[in-house]
Write a protein that binds this ligand. Sequence first.
Ligand code: GMT
Length: 376
Amino acid sequence: MKIGIVCYPTFGGSGVVATELGKALARNGHKVHFITYSKPGRLDFFNENIFYHEVDVYDYPLFDYTPYELALASKMVNVVEYEKLDLLHVHYAIPHASAAYMAKQILKTKNIHIPVITTLHGTDITLVGKNPSYEPVVTFSINQSDIVTSVSENLKQDTYNHFAINREIVVVPNFIDLTRFSKQKKDHFKNAICPNNEKLIVHTSNFRKVKRVEDVIEVFFKIHSKIPSKLLMIGDGPERQMAEQMCRDYQICNDVRFLGKLEAVEEVLSVGDLFILPSESESFGLAALEAMACEVPVISSDAGGIPELNINGETGFLSPVGDVATMAQNALFVLDDANLKRFKQGALSRAKLFDIANILPLYEKVYHQALRLNEK
Ligand code: GMT
């Protein structure tokens, strides 16, 4: 198949899922055309089946706001027409689903009928999409897509709860490439960070408010007051400065390192003992899945779709959002040498269920279904 993938070329979340999906499809022999405003970080190599089309945004002094969505729709029309794509798969509803709708209508006037698959990822529904500024367009473009998928059962229900959706939503969970995300031997790295055999706690996110980075620091502070431990904070975003200030106030800076954005997250996760994800809202929790694949148990909130991934008492523990006391207590239980090995094994076993080899066929099935619908 010739597949167009539209996504944000970002460090985490939907951008990573879309890029890894495209790479796996290319390995399966499909021709994959990425349409984005800059090249996704994980596409920095040559593959004969992968193509990249940059959205050309033309700015003009009259515009206070650049009409990106028009440039994107025009690019989609152009690529579908000239590369003879079979379908468009757009990731994150805003503005990709409505731009795809516009492209589809334009192509129809040229007698080209292209099916559109929209994948809902999280904040496009739970935070941004339901804002009155966007809600009517999001509702319309979801209803107009040929097939809609969501990354968890919880996100599917949230979509039905917040929008007037009159169609089926197919759940296709996030996935992991276990050939890349698996525990690597990095003893020298562990010894350098934890020279006295401290327990190593890790958090990865885009440091937005929804991630509750302050709870990560609170939980770590409580763990640290009981056992020798270190914290690695991976990623960057608006809440980083606040988190750094908290570390100063708690006088734990010597044991907390802010690493910024990292490409090779799996190297750090390979030496981790525990992952903390206390999010206010989280449709799936890809960062937690990456940790689990590297045998790192998870202490998380019970928000959104996290319970579909992190199993209480097996792969880690879940607590209500903001309950940092219980999170710290559970963390100390998991980190106890009498329990840690069991939780590490539990995390890996669970992660294996989300291996890309199991999830890719679900997307391929969706594509075949979209093509059949389009023939009618
Ligand atoms: O909020 C983020 O971390 C980014 C966001 C996105 O859409 O780019 O991530 C969402 O999509 C991921 C991939 O499907 C999910 O694993 C995350 O749980 C989800 N984030 C939230 O719902 C907050």
